[in-house]
Design a protein. Structure first.
Length: 331
């Protein structure tokens, strides 16, 4: 996201219409144009025939993607750029297309932001996720975490820890990489039952089914059982209001052994709540899509931890994409 500098009419209009480029990207990913082309070159007629799309419209989309430098065009034939091959072709380990599809599913809610501001209520459709949206969300979270977790696991010291709780961990991407980095560690992923098939497949894929298990439940409503010496809460708090966040932290602290470590990873605002840019705008995403969710500041998260009796609270040096950070403490 570009930094806010001096505003001009041109910059205001660029921001106002920037969703045109976003929707162009969304269409390219939803139609899977980048995967279709792969390492080949194709003309618009070939792409349209394979996708069963209108030729004129397909040509317009391919030209727009080329103008965005996501494709190259030479003598009416289109090819992927190196960046598109890496990030937008499905069989690439760095593929982020599922998160782009998730962003597409949020467009409708964002278009009613003004109504959410007037009412203070979310404007999302009900149910929140159909099967396509659920897949995009879960796979998108997996794609993003895969870009962060391997290096992050090397930066977080879990020496001497035996059992990690990955709360709301989805497919357990972070649990997997913490276990890979710490051979003595086992982990439990706690999430909704709908996540089980994807999580178990992911554990197996990494050869860690014997060290990671899955417990189904809703941490908002259900008790969290067991005993752990480290708890990892990644992108959990921003979906909840302050009282619910405190309840969740209290619940997790209650299952940590004395001296246990709690780690909170989220998009963290400064203490004046007006930056950095991504966490500030992300807070609006929570406004239009959740009942009480929002981004929290470093100070607010630290106060929640103090309220649960956590000690030695500090912000770790880690800085992830979109200003994500980690706050730790011990019980």
């Amino acid at each position: 996201m570009m930094n806010v500098g001096k505003w001009t009419a041109g910059r205001l209009l660029w921001v106002s219409g920037s969703y045109w480029q976003a929707c162009t990207l969304h269409a390219g990913v939803k139609l899977d144009i980048f995967t279709l082309i792969g390492t080949d070159e194709m003309n618009a007629d070939q792409v349209a025939e394979l996708l069963e799309c209108d030729v004129r419209a397909t040509s317009s989309l391919l030209n727009a993607l080329s103008s965005m430098k996501l494709l190259t065009k030479k003598e009416e034939r289109y090819a992927n750029t190196d960046e598109s091959l890496s990030l937008l072709v499905k069989d690439s380990p760095l593929y982020i297309g599922y998160m782009i599809k998730h962003h597409h599913h949020l467009v409708e809610s964002w278009s009613h932001l003004d109504r959410a501001v007037k009412t203070g209520k979310p404007v999302r459709r009900t149910p929140v996720f159909d099967e396509e949206e659920r897949e995009s969300f879960l796979m998108g979270m997996f794609n993003l975490a895969m870009g962060i977790a391997p290096e992050l696991a090397k930066q977080v010291d879990l020496k001497g820890k035996n059992h990690l709780l990955d709360l709301g961990g989805g497919p357990g991407t972070y649990a997997i990489h913490f276990c890979k980095e710490n051979p003595e560690l086992k982990a439990t992923v706690y999430d909704l039952p709908t996540t089980i098939p994807f999580a178990e497949k992911t554990f197996s894929r990494f050869g860690l089914s014997d060290r990671i298990d899955f417990v189904a439940g809703d941490y908002r409503e259900d008790d969290v059982k067991g005993h752990y010496d480290v708890a990892w809460l990644s992108q959990v708090l921003h979906g909840e209001g302050p009282e619910q966040c405190q309840m969740i932290i209290d619940k997790i602290v209650s299952v940590l052994s004395p001296g246990g470590l709690i780690l909170i990873h989220d998009f963290i605002l400064n203490d004046t709540l007006d930056g950095p840019l991504f966490p500030a705008v992300f807070s609006l995403n929570m406004l239009v899509n959740t009942d009480e969710g929002r981004s929290y500041s470093e100070g607010q998260i630290k106060e929640m931890l103090k309220g649960a009796g956590v000690k030695d609270i500090r912000r770790l040096p880690f800085k992830g994409p979109n200003e994500s950070g980690i706050i730790s403490g011990t019980v």
